[in-house]
Design a protein around this ligand. Structure first.
Ligand SMILES: Cc1cc2nc3c(=O)[nH]c(=O)nc-3n(C[C@H](O)[C@H](O)[C@H](O)COP(=O)(O)O)c2cc1C
Length: 222
């Protein structure tokens, strides 16, 4: 079982990574093979909304985002970690999400489980973590929870010991969810509703976007 952690902050020794490492430590202790990838220094182009992924199934860019997409597809569990930057995730994390539009249109994370980690200087850490989890859910994953903490400065997570312990537990729970193929009825209901809207979109775009239409047909979702 593979658990992939993606770190969306340039501080590779900052607050968010401390909690991400704790989640991965919990996952590893529970038996997963873990990998951490910092987005810092990677070559990540912004989505240009060309629609190629919907029509042909591939992206026009051949950059590190494509490697990250492959790593996410290989993983059973994905942990997204980011600080609150201006009430949201840093642009590098958002760039990765935007480049995964096809993942949303074809629910490529189906069968995977996710968890999210966020920190903030003052507020908004839970909202940022929930946002990343919601993104994984619209890609088809189910999410197990968040680890979110405030920090008075770099290297100063408040109530650090307790926050790290909670993050370790989250990692363990992620592995448990994957092992037992846990079902979350509220998430399944939200997915069913979202799927109806996506189906209408996919049918409407059928001529312009044959790849995603064929994918839905092949999956028996139409
Ligand atoms: C560009 C930037 C924007 C930020 N915006 C916010 C914000 O809107 N709200 C907040 O509470 N903290 C904000 N912060 C503080 C970070 O969220 C906080 O220091 C975080 O713990 C840093 O995590 P890191 O060390 O993993 O990068 C911001 C920091 C930076 C550099």
């Amino acid at each position: 079982m593979k658990v992939l952690g993606i770190l969306g902050t340039p501080h590779t020794g900052g607050n968010t990574v401390l909690l991400l490492d704790a989640v991965l430590k919990g996952a590893e202790a529970a038996g997963a093979e873990v990998e951490k990838v910092p987005l810092a220094g990677l070559d990540l182009n912004f989505c240009v909304a060309c629609g190629r992924c919907y029509s042909k199934g591939g992206c026009g860019f051949d950059d590190d985002t494509e490697l990250l997409k492959a790593k996410m597809m290989e993983a059973d569990g994905i942990v997204l970690a980011a600080p609150n930057w201006m009430l949201s995730v840093p642009a590098q994390m958002k760039a990765l999400m935007d480049r995964c539009s096809l993942h949303v249109h074809t629910f490529l994370f189906t069968g995977k489980y996710g968890a999210a980690v966020a920190t903030a200087g003052g507020s908004g850490e839970e909202g940022v973590a929930e946002y990343m989890n919601e993104w994984m859910r619209i890609c088809g994953a189910q999410t197990v929870g968040i680890a979110a903490a405030k920090a008075a400065g770099v290297g100063a997570i408040m109530d650090q010991e307790a926050q790290v312990a909670k993050a370790v537990d989250l990692g363990r729970d992620l592995v448990a969810a994957i092992s037992e193929k846990r079902e979350y009825p509220d998430q399944a209901a939200a997915h069913a509703e979202f799927s109806e809207r996506m189906k209408a979109l996919v049918m409407h775009m059928a001529e312009k976007a044959p790849f995603q239409y064929d994918y839905w047909e092949k999956m028996g979702w139409l």
